[in-house]
Design a protein around this ligand. Structure first.
Ligand code: TMP
Length: 205
């Protein structure tokens, strides 16, 4: 089973991924946790460029670097883990590119969908959690927490477009994408995540 965690920076998705991984491992499952971009050695280098390159990066170059990272990630790590029967928990995946490069930057979503399919060889998550809350609230959290990267120079309007694109995606694919309220306490959210995953696991038995 392939589960992805999505949301604006500061949404708490990475914390929820770690909590779920611990619970699943405790329940006897083999779990691979990974992140996009940066899940492989090559991907780490691409992540560094994507988040910290100080010069001009064209929007299309940025798009193709995310896709290059994803192509490597799927082939080197995610597909082999799924083939071994692992549950794969991935911090961001295809929906981030639609939300950030499509919604945020304004590149064609139709084209991104096509390129995402090429990069992943058609692999889609079985389940995606979207941790949603007003962009202003999440950005404040992100700023208090981490060192600045290229995306933190973006405007609130950029993040509002990212949020809206995520919500549109969730409405288009309600069976795959579960919207959770990222402003809820951590424990409440982790219970909701666990219940949804347990339901999926039972249904797949
Ligand atoms: P992270 O810190 O949550 O791992 O995300 C790194 C940044 O990369 C985050 O600001 C979102 C951005 N991003 C994109 O713009 N497009 C993508 O396809 C992905 C995976 C991430």
């Amino acid at each position: 089973m392939f589960i992805t965690f999505e949301g604006i920076d500061g949404s708490g998705k990475s914390t929820q991924l770690s909590i779920l991984a611990e619970q699943l491992i405790h329940g006897g499952f083999s779990v691979l946790t990974t992140r996009d971009p940066g899940g492989t050695d090559l991907g780490q280098q691409l992540r560094h460029i994507l988040l910290h390159h100080s010069g001009f990066v064209s929007q299309r170059c940025e798009l193709f670097l995310y896709l290059a990272d994803r192509a490597q990630h799927v082939e080197e790590l995610i597909q082999p883990a799924l083939a071994r029967g692992n549950i794969v928990l991935c911090d961001r995946f295809i929906d981030s590119t639609i939300a950030y490069q499509g919604g945020g930057r304004g590149l064609s979503i139709e084209e991104i969908n096509h390129l995402n399919m090429q990069a992943t060889q058609g692999l889609k998550p079985d389940l995606t959690f979207l941790f949603d809350a007003p962009a202003e609230l999440l950005l404040q959290r992100a700023k208090n927490r981490s060192a600045a990267d290229r995306f933190e120079q973006e405007t609130l309007a950029f993040y509002e477009r990212v949020r809206q694109t995520y919500l549109d995606l969730a409405h288009q694919e309600p069976r795959r994408i579960q919207i959770l309220d990222a402003s809820l306490p951590l424990v409440t959210l982790s219970k909701q995540v666990d219940e949804i995953v347990q339901g999926k696991l039972k249904a797949s038995c």
